[in-house]
Design a protein around this ligand. Sequence first.
Ligand code: AMP
Ligand code: MG
Length: 396
Amino acid sequence: MKKLLPVEDAQARLLALRAPLAPEKVAFSESLGRYLSQDVVARRDQPAARLSAMDGYAIRSADLPGPWTVIGEISAGAAPAVAVGAGQAMRIFTGAMLPDGADTVILQEDVGTADGHLTLTGDNPGSHGAHIRDRASDFATGDMLVPAGTRLNPGAIAAAIMGGAAQLTVGTRPRVAILTTGDELVQPGRALAAGQIPDSNGTMLAAMLAPEPAITGIPLHVRDDRGILAKVLKDLARRHDVIVTVGGASVGDHDHVRGALDDAGGRLDFWKIAMRPGKPLIAGMVDDALLLGLPGNPSSAFVTATLFLLPLVRHLAGARDPLPQVHRAPLAVPLGPGGARRDYLRARLDQGALTPFTGQDSGRASPLAAANALVLREIGAPERTAGDIADYIDIA
Ligand code: AMP
Ligand code: MG
C-alpha cells in the first residue's frame, strides 16, 4: 500500500498549488475579515499634539498648589488661541489640545473656586505632565500598525483609520463552488424516499465558509455519474478559484471524483492522507481552479474542511497564518492509544478540560452539534489518563 501523506505535508502541498490572489483596494466598511496585503504604517502622529486626558484645568506645574486665575476654556477639536502664563489656568476637556505654557492638568474634582480664583481642594497632581497625552505617545509617523497578512478585525480597522489610511489593500476573495455528489442525497428539508438522506454537507460547508473572505456560491449537486461530474468540474473551473466536492472521493464503484478529475483534463496532486477521519482527500487542479475532493461522511467532511478547505481559502485571500492554531488543554477523561493515522477526535472543551466523544464513527452527524474542539491524537500515541495534556483545534 502506498504510504499515506502526513497532514502537514498535504497542507503544505495544497497551499503551494496556487499563490494568493492579487490584492485589491477596499473601503473600511468592506474590510472586516479580509487579509491585509500591505503593512499599514502610520502616516501621522497620534496624538498629533499634547492633549488633555481628563476634564480639568491646564496649568504650569511650577504654580502648584495655586491659586490660579482662569483665563479661558479649550475643548476637543479647537486650537488654543492663548498661552497659559504664571498663576493662570485654562479650563480644559478630554481630548483638547494643551495650550502653550501649560504642562499639567489638574482634575476638576480636585479644585474649587473662591473669590473668582481657582484653588486646590483635592489631590495635588504632583508631577509635571500629569493627565497629559504626549504627542505621538500612541504611535508616531512610520510606526507599523497592522502587518500584511493580518485578518482585519474591528480593532485593527480602527488602528488603520487612526493612522491616517484612506482605504485598505487586501487580498481578493477566492470564488468557491461547492458541489455535493451522491444519488442518495436530497435537498435539506425535502421528503425522503427509501434509501435517501438529506444533503447536510453542502449547507454545512457553505456555513463554514460564510465567515471567511470568500465568495461562495449556493451548493450544487450532481448524481454519481462520472461524465456529468467531469463536465460540471470543467465548467465550474472557468468561473471559480476553488471547487470543493464532497462525497465520491474514495475508491468505490460509485466514487467518481478521482476519475472525473482526469476526464476534465485536470491533474491530481495528492490523494489519501494519514488522518482519521478523512483519509480519502483529493487535491488537484482543473485548469486554474483548485479542486479539493472531500469525503462524504459528515464528520470526515467537517474535519477535512477545517484542515484543508478553510486554510486554502485563507491562503488565497492573503492570510499570513492560514492553518488552524493548535492549543493545549488537559483531558477530562482517559484516552486510548493512537492508531496508524492521526486522529481528529470530535470533543467538547468545558471549563478548560477536553472530553473526546465516545462515538467517533465518521458517518455520524450528531456529534458535530455538540463538538467545540478537535483533539489531535498522534500516530501510535500512548494511552493517556485524565489530566494529561492534549493538543486540540478550536472549532467553536
Ligand atoms: P461517499 O464519500 O460518497 O462514499 O459518502 C460517504 C457517506 O457519506 C455515505 O454514507 C453518504 O451517504 C454520506 N454523504 C455523502 N455526501 C453527503 C452529503 N452531502 N450530506 C450528508 N451525507 C453525505
Ligand atoms: Mg457517494
